[in-house]
Design a protein around this ligand. Structure first.
Ligand code: RET
Length: 253
């Protein structure tokens, strides 16, 4: 494992701890918030909460793994024999990325046939993107990292293209008072998704090993908070606004 400074170790440690708390709290907020929205939007909140619940579990494990990967010896931070486990992050994405895609497709309100075909095609592309990215993430040399990263970018671009087209068409059909929010949801989704491949490229900067390890862990953590908790809260606000128009009786309660 790369040798990192005490300050870098603490930064990553605290980022993981913060994210575990954020994901757990957002899960509760989204699930309890189901009663505040109309029936048509409850599935979206259930799925958003599920994404945060899965992430809370994985951040707890990632946090533990980080603690086991380093130890203090004679007042100096040293790597232990137990390697930090990057697989938790990739397994988390394998489960949460298809769920986030389903959530976005549901928000688009397409026909039944289109919803099914988009879910299958995007779900397959998402799995491929993550499976191809993992060997590069755990590789020690930058050439291997670049090869797998490039392969993983092919399904990534396909997903971005399908979503951009689909969401663009759906925005035109939204009521006036939520159009801006749906656009914000699209922007925050693309900005956060685009952040992952940028973080993946940090090792190519040639910075010191400890700095790279810290930047990659903190970078992925920020992207996860925005893509899961941030998008989840925005979907909640959109659902509340749309419900106030479509289910006025809910507001009176
Ligand atoms: C990898 C490998 C390098 C190339 C690309 C990648 C993209 C990762 C993405 C992950 C998104 C995760 C989300 C999680 C939220 O729950 C795998 C880093 C393109 C886009 C949205």
């Amino acid at each position: 494992m790369d040798i990192i400074s005490g300050a870098q170790y603490s930064l990553v440690y605290n980022a993981f701890s913060f994210t575990f708390a954020t994901m757990a709290a957002t899960t509760l907020f989204l699930w309890f918030g189901r009663s505040q929205v109309g029936p048509a939007y409850r599935t979206a909140l259930t799925i958003s909460g599920l994404v945060c619940a899965i992430a809370a579990y994985h951040y707890f494990r990632i946090f533990q793994s980080w603690g086991e990967a380093y130890a203090m010896k004679d007042g100096v931070l040293v790597a232990t024999d137990i390697a930090f486990n990057d697989a938790y992050r990739y397994v988390d994405w394998l489960l949460t990325v298809p769920l986030l895609l389903i959530e976005l497709i549901l928000v688009m309100r397409l026909t039944q046939a289109e919803t099914t075909s988009k879910c299958i095609r995007l779900g397959f592309a998402a799995a491929l993107m993550i499976v191809l990215g993992y060997p590069g993430e755990v590789a020690d040399d930058n050439v291997t990292r670049a090869i797998w990263g490039t392969l993983s970018t092919i399904p990534f671009l396909y997903i971005v293209w399908v979503l951009f087209k689909g969401l663009g068409e759906s925005i035109e059909r939204q009521p006036e008072n939520v159009r801006k929010l749906v656009k914000d949801a699209r922007l925050i989704t693309f900005a956060s998704w685009g952040f992952y491949p940028i973080v993946y490229m940090i090792p190519f900067t040639g910075l010191a090993g400890g700095t790279v390890e810290t930047a990659v862990q903190v970078g992925y953590t920020i992207a996860d908070v925005v893509a899961k908790a941030g998008v989840g809260i925005l979907i909640y606000v959109i659902a509340v606004r749309k419900s106030s128009v479509e289910y006025p009786e809910l507001v009176k309660q």
